[in-house]
Design a protein around this ligand. Structure first.
Ligand code: ADP
Ligand code: MG
Length: 439
């Protein structure tokens, strides 16, 4: 009987979802008019109860001619029932690793939906209500300040609200690298593996930062595969689609494209106005319609700036007693645009990014060590500093431990030569520069 029940489900749902959620069910008994089914974990039980009970009921109805009550049990519970619960395994609870309180305010409710983001919004909601269902991985991409991180947190919060006993892990791409470097240094790579491979839902923000970093990509590849195969949900966010992340390994690129790609675009005028109004409401400040329009016509490509303008107007009102007016709107816009001037890139910032990519420390780059790996990293750092800061060669030399300008010149020439010879080397440098500029 179970075979026909399962076949019925297979015909009535997405194949991926079938493989992940129904195929794993083991029939235990059909006695006393009750169907007992078993799955391995409570997480699986939760998801099935939330999403597939109707389907299972109809399947039994079709097969048996009636609907037996369905009882789902888990191997986890069976085991714990037999053995006395051990001290070192506290009952699992839903928890969000790396999340903090401020992220609670990012929800689906306070996300304004317009033509530019409705697809990414719907996909995020689908994933939050049905993790590891049809869209795995979900890959969201788009420009800065367009709500990608907001959606990621909203998924987090929604899953947290709806499920018990589920491990959510949130991480930024560059923190993943940092943690890995630290784990290698402290010889704690095992607990690093475990932290990520025990996730039921893994959310990675700004995944583009792992590109070009060999060991990080290697590690992420294995994390990805082990989670994916175990039917866990993966959500990735990036500033570009996978095919435009130049130094992303091919095997990762293909995996990132396995599931659903969803982009967020700059909002249209109506959406911008709606966002200004909603943010004004949240801050309890009354901004007349024509002022909303005025702002929306001037700040077009970044939602963070719209939010910033409303906050400025609120501040003017509170601090200077200035009611919203064209003048205060103009000032708010000017301030916001100035705030968003890129912060000048520091040498330290460049050293950090280069050292992550080349897997050496910033100190080593500045030192006199001459191992091939370190010299290579040093040359790249020098080149990138020149590209980004336009400093003179002797000034760069001073920043790099008092090297003279001919040494700096030589390093730059080497890098330029390598870039001409080797497209993947060039792509690595381009990625480093891009990452530093967009930070
Ligand atoms: P990104 O990660 O794409 O750079 P964020 O998610 O950090 O952008 O969004 C920037 C700010 O704009 C956040 O405060 C976020 O709450 C807000 N925001 C972005 N999109 C929306 C939206 N559609 N509705 C409401 N607020 C939004
Ligand atoms: Mg973001």
């Amino acid at each position: 009987a179970w075979k026909s029940v399962s076949d019925y489900c297979k015909d009535h749902m997405h194949e991926v979802a079938f493989n992940v959620w129904i195929k794993i069910i083991k029939p235990v008994s059909l006695e006393d008019g009750q169907a007992v089914l078993s799955v391995r974990t409570r997480f699986q039980k939760d998801i099935i109860e939330k999403n597939y009970m109707d389907l299972l009921n109809s399947a039994f109805e079709q097969t048996l001619g009636f609907q037996p009550p369905i009882v789902l049990i888990t191997e986890e519970d069976q085991k714990e029932g037999q053995a006395s619960p051990s001290e070192d395994q506290p009952p699992r609870q839903t928890k969000v690793l790396n999340g903090d309180r401020s992220t609670l305010e990012y929800t689906f409710d306070n996300f304004i939906v317009g033509a530019s983001n409705k697809f990414a919004y719907a996909a995020s909601q689908a994933v939050a209500t049905n993790p590891a269902g049809a869209y795995n991985p979900l890959f969201i991409y788009g420009g800065s300040g367009l709500g990608k991180t907001h959606l990621l947190y909203a998924i987090c919060n929604e899953i947290y609200k709806n499920f018990n006993d589920i491990n959510i892990v949130y991480i930024k791409g560059d923190d993943f690298t940092n943690e890995l470097v630290e784990a290698i240094y402290n010889k704690t790579t095992n607990s690093f593996h475990n932290k990520y491979r025990q996730a039921d839902v893994l959310l990675v923000d700004d995944i583009q930062f792992i590109a070009g970093k060999l060991q990080t990509q290697e590690e992420f590849f294995h994390t990805f595969d082990s989670l994916f195969q175990a039917g866990k949900q993966i959500v990735l966010v990036s500033d570009r689609p996978p095919k435009e992340i130049a130094t992303l390994e091919e095997r990762l690129r293909t995996r990132f494209e396995w599931g659903l790609l969803a982009d967020v675009q700059p909002p249209d005028l109506e959406t911008r106005v709606a966002i200004i109004k909603r943010k004004a409401e949240a801050l309890d400040i009354a901004i007349p319609d024509e002022l909303c329009m005025f702002i929306a016509n001037r700040l077009k490509t970044n939602i963070r700036q719209l939010e910033g303008a409303v906050k400025k107007m609120k501040a003017y009102q509170q601090l200077a007693g200035e009611a919203p007016s064209i003048l205060s709107a103009q000032n708010a816009i000017r301030d916001v645009l100035n705030d968003n001037q890129p912060i000048p890139v520091t040498i330290d910032r460049i050293l950090t990014e280069v050292s992550r990519t080349c897997m050496v420390t910033p100190e080593e780059i500045k030192s006199n060590k001459r191992s091939a790996q370190i010299s290579n990293a040093r040359q790249i750092a020098i080149y990138v500093v020149r590209e980004i800061t336009q400093m003179s060669q002797s000034a760069i030399g001073e920043k790099f431990g008092g090297r003279d300008h001919s040494t700096i010149n030589y390093a730059i020439q080497q890098v330029e030569k390598n870039m001409q010879k080797d497209p993947s080397y060039r792509a690595t440098i381009d990625d480093i520069i891009k990452n530093i500029r967009e930070k």
